[in-house]
Write a protein that binds this ligand. Structure first.
Ligand code: M6R
Length: 365
C-alpha cells in the first residue's frame, strides 16, 4: 500500500524519520544517553583487532561509512570489499577478527557466499539485516536488525539509513569497549544520533528545493557527485541512485581525486553535485568547488548554509541542510541524495519503483 504517495519509493523516503527513530531506540538507552545493544547482539569489540566488511550496492556504501566510523571512533582496523570480490579473492582471515555483512534482503547471493567463506575460515559473522527470517540472518552468529519494515521500491532508501543508524550505534559501542571514547563523547554521539529523526523531518520539508534541482538534472547527460570523508561514500550512493532510476550516467568520486582525472570532464553541460557538510574536511571540499567553478562547471551544492556562506558559496547552495554533529551527516545527507534521484526520474517519466533490468534482490550472481 502506497498510502498517499504515488510511488513506494516516495513513501519509503518519507518513512525515514519514523523507522530510523525506531531503529535508534532499539540500540540506545534514551534515559542515560548511552548505547545499549539488545541482548542477542553480544559482541566483544575489545577482543578483536580486525573487522572485515562485505556487502553489495547501497549496503556496500553503508559499509564504507561504517569503516570510517569504526576506525575513527573505535580505532579498529577495517577492510571492506564488495561481496563479489571478497568471496573470490579469498582474503586470509587470520588473527582475532570479526566479519560483518550488511544486507537489506538477507538473500543477496554474493553476500551470502562471503558469509559462508568467513565462517569456514573460522571467523564469527555479524549481520546487519532488514529481513529477520532471511538466509543471511539465519546463518550468522549475531544478527543486528534494522527495523526499516518492508522495503518495496527497488532503490534502497530507508533500509540504507537504518543500516547507518545500527552501524553508528555499533561503532560507538565499540569505541567505549575499546577505551577510545569517553563517557561524555559517547553521550554527545548518542544525542546526535537520537536527534537524527527530527532533523530528517526538517530536511524532508525542503523537498521543493530538491525538485527544482531535479528539473535541471533531468536535462543532463552526465553528472558528477563529489564528497570527502563520510560524504565520499554518499557521493557513490548518489551516483548509483541516479543511474538506477533516471538512467543518466553518473559518477561518484572522492573530491580529492578530481585533479587525478575527472576534472577533464568538466564543462558547462555537466552538473557537479557537491556534498559539503561542515566537517573537518570542509575547507578541502571548498577548494574543490573553486576548481570546478574556475573551469565553468555547474555546481549544485548540498550543504550547510552558514558554512557555505562563509566560504563565499551561498549562491551555489541548492539544498540547505541543517547543522549537525559531523558523525551523523551521512544519515541526513542521504535524504536529498535519494530525493534528487527520485524527482529526476519522475520528471523524466521513468518507472521509479521498478527500473529496467533491476531486481530488488539479487539471489543469483
Ligand atoms: O538486499 P541487499 O541489501 O543485500 O541488496 C544489495 C544491493 O543489491 C542493493 O542495495 C542495490 O544496489 C539497490 N538496488 C540499491 O538501490
Amino acid at each position: 500500500d502506497k498510502g498517499n504517495y504515488s510511488h513506494f519509493m516516495a513513501k519509503e523516503i518519507h518513512e525515514q524519520p519514523e523507522v530510523v527513530g525506531r531503529t535508534v531506540a532499539h540500540y540506545v538507552d534514551l534515559a542515560t544517553g548511552t548505547v545499549r545493544l539488545p541482548e542477542e547482539v553480544a559482541i566483544d569489540f575489545a577482543a578483536i583487532d580486525r573487522l572485515a566488511i562485505a556487502a553489495c550496492g547501497t549496503a556496500y556504501y553503508a559499509g564504507i561509512i561504517a569503516k570510517y566510523w569504526f576506525e575513527q571512533l573505535a580505532r579498529l582496523p577495517v577492510e571492506i570489499d564488495v561481496a563479489s570480490e571478497f568471496r573470490y579473492r579469498e582474503p586470509p582471515l587470520t588473527g582475532r577478527g570479526l566479519a560483518l555483512f550488511i544486507s537489506q534482503s538477507g538473500e543477496t547471493a554474493d553476500t551470502l557466499a562471503s558469509l559462508r567463506y568467513a565462517k569456514a575460515a573460522g571467523w564469527p559473522a555479524l549481520a546487519v539485516v532488514n529481513v529477520a527470517t532471511s538466509t543471511i540472518a539465519r546463518e550468522s552468529d549475531v544478527v543486528a536488525p534494522t527495523l526499516a519494515g518492508p522495503e518495496i521500491g527497488v532503490a534502497s532508501t530507508k533500509a540504507f539509513t537504518c543500516q547507518l543508524a545500527v552501524l553508528l550505534a555499533l561503532a560507538i559501542h565499540a569505541g567505549r569497549a575499546r577505551g577510545v571514547l569517553s563517557a561524555q563523547e559517547e553521550q554527545e554521539l548518542v544525542d546526535a544520533l537520537v536527534g537524527v529523526p527530527s532533523h530528517m523531518t526538517k530536511v524532508l520539508a525542503r523537498e521543493t528545493q530538491v525538485e527544482q534541482v531535479a528539473r535541471d538534472l533531468a536535462k543532463a547527460r552526465d553528472v558528477l557527485y563529489l564528497g570527502r570523508g563520510l560524504s565520499y561514500a554518499l557521493a557513490l550512493e548518489g551516483a548509483l541512485k541516479l543511474k538506477e532510476l533516471s538512467y543518466i550516467h553518473a559518477e561518484g568520486y572522492a573530491a580529492g581525486e578530481l585533479k587525478h582525472g575527472p576534472i577533464a570532464l568538466i564543462d558547462e553541460a555537466m552538473p557537479v553535485i557537491v556534498l559539503a557538510p561542515r566537517d573537518k574536511v570542509f575547507e578541502k571540499t571548498v577548494s574543490n568547488v573553486q576548481e570546478v567553478a574556475a573551469r565553468g562547471g555547474r555546481i549544485i551544492l548540498i550543504g550547510d548554509a552558514h558554512a557555505a556562506g562563509e566560504a563565499g558559496l551561498a549562491g551555489e547552495t541548492a539544498v540547505v541542510m541543517p547543522e549537525v554533529h559531523p558523525a551523523v551527516v551521512p544519515l541526513l545527507y542521504a535524504l536529498p541524495v535519494q530525493l534528487l534521484s527520485y524527482h529526476t526520474a519522475r520528471v523524466m517519466g521513468k518507472d521509479v519503483d521498478q527500473p529496467r533490468n533491476l531486481a530488488k534482490s539479487v539471489t543469483v550472481e
